[in-house]
Design a binder for this molecule. Structure first.
Ligand code: ZN
Length: 439
């Protein structure tokens, strides 16, 4: 548990490094973010030119910003981009002019019911400009005229994303995807970036996994559409996937199922949450939210769910300046990482076996598998797990099926299967994968 706690603290430190950067769906903020992640994992950086067609979409122009402010008649900055990058509507076109307050107000956004918070607004596909500010700041604007400046560029450039693949024994893949397009906002989305990075780093240090793991760090929506368009020929390798976001708040876990609704990843995630004792809720798929919308579009229908804590929109801090480094806690990040690691442990270990002594129960005591008084409790095998594995190992039921039937943690059932295999009572069988669900 100490290692997990350390990981929570280190994830929070990574978020602190990333927090000041002004990210958007394109631009230097994304590149700087990915460059910081490269200190942890050898991310490959992809640059896709503006104007590239990706299915029904087109890669937009690249947006970069250096400075932005609103000044009063004395030249004092009353809204300053350098105080918070949330002050500028993301993708604002450049402006530099004097405006009457009446006109300026049409470009200002605040939250009257949260008068100290700055909202987060974007205008990616509609060329306009705007400022976000606290309602108190808005109410303090009394002068007739103000100077506004947004020193930004919106030019032909690139969409940038990061990709990291950890090869496994099999070419079948597990996809872990997170978005990298939000500026100084923590739960949504720096927590997802930090968790995915640490999960990838830990897997890199582990023995070669069974599955190949593909980590994507992409701008929301346009990034997943771009990736799917460029990798359409290979997406069928993805057998399981999770979108990582909102994993640092103190709320209970939420698992949003894939569109397939009963894919292995759906069952694994819910099994882990149930057996871990962490409070959680399960949600059916709906075509809104994060990049699962694209992975689960009907033309792909990939088994990709979303494992998070409080979903978008369900906490008042969402998409405001209050979603800051205090709102996400190291201990919550650590617990979330633990849940992801448990999901991977089940995916890696979920095999199907055949009982080689299926006619009546084998004699376990003779093989040292039956519990004896005074046995080391740390090494004692769970008798019920042994009996369940023997009974359901018919070449059809997987260890996950058995864990569910036995209502036992996967780890316990896996330990029982390993012991039974060691003494020759079980043999692993290759299960012919079922065709992906159509429609
Ligand atoms: Zn968001």
């Amino acid at each position: 548990m100490d290692m997990t706690r350390t990981a929570g603290r280190k994830m929070h430190e990574l978020m602190s490094d990333l927090y000041p950067l002004c990210r958007s769906i394109t631009g230097e903020g994304v590149r700087q973010t990915l460059a910081i992640l490269q200190r942890y994992i050898p991310l490959e950086i992809h640059e896709v030119p503006s104007g590239t067609k990706v299915f029904d979409w087109t890669i937009p122009k690249e947006w970069n910003i250096r400075d932005a402010y609103v000044k009063d008649a004395h030249g004092k900055r009353i809204i300053d981009f350098h105080q918070s990058n949330l002050h500028v509507v993301s993708y604002s076109i450049p402006v530099n002019m004097k405006v009457l307050l009446e006109e300026l107000r049409k470009h200002l956004f605040s939250l009257p019911d949260r008068p100290d918070w700055i909202p987060y607004r974007t205008s990616y596909y509609n060329e306009t400009w705007g400022f976000c500010l606290s309602h108190r700041q808005l109410e303090a604007l009394t002068e007739r005229e103000y100077e506004v400046c947004i020193d930004a560029t919106l030019d032909e450039g690139h969409l940038t994303y990061g990709e990291y693949v950890i090869p496994g024994e099999s070419s079948d893949e597990v996809l872990i995807s997170c978005h990298v397009c939000h500026p100084s906002l923590c739960n949504d989305n720096l927590s997802g970036i930090a968790l995915a990075t640490f999960l990838a780093a830990q897997l890199t240090r582990s023995p070669k996994p069974r599955y190949t793991y593909r980590f994507l760090f992409i701008p929301g929506t346009i990034g997943s559409i771009t990736w799917l368009a460029r990798n359409e020929m290979n997406v069928q390798r993805i057998k399981h996937g999770l979108v990582v976001t909102c994993v640092g708040d103190g709320g209970r876990f939420t698992y949003k199922k894939s569109r397939q609704s009963n894919a292995e990843i759906d069952r694994v995630a819910l099994h882990v949450l149930k057996q871990s004792g962490y409070p959680y809720v399960s949600e059916d798929f709906f075509p809104y939210g994060y990049d699962e919308r694209q992975y689960c579009s009907p033309g792909f229908n990939l088994p990709v769910g979303c494992l998070m804590r409080s979903p978008h929109g369900s906490f008042p801090e969402y998409h405001t300046s209050a979603d800051n480094l205090d709102f996400v806690r190291p201990e919550n990040l650590a617990t979330s990482l633990d849940a992801y690691r448990q999901v991977i442990e089940v995916l890696e270990g979920n095999c199907t076996y055949l009982n080689l002594n299926p006619k009546c129960e084998p004699q376990l005591g003779r093989r040292g598998l039956y519990s004896t008084v005074g046995a080391d409790p740390n090494h004692k095998l769970d008798q019920m797990a042994l009996l369940w594995v023997l009974n359901l190992s018919d070449g059809v039921h997987s260890l996950l099926d058995i864990s569910e039937a036995a209502n036992q943690p996967f780890r316990e059932v896996k330990r029982a299967a390993d012991a039974l295999e060691r003494c020759g009572l079980l043999r692993k069988v290759e299960v012919v994968p079922t065709a992906p669900a159509s429609g």
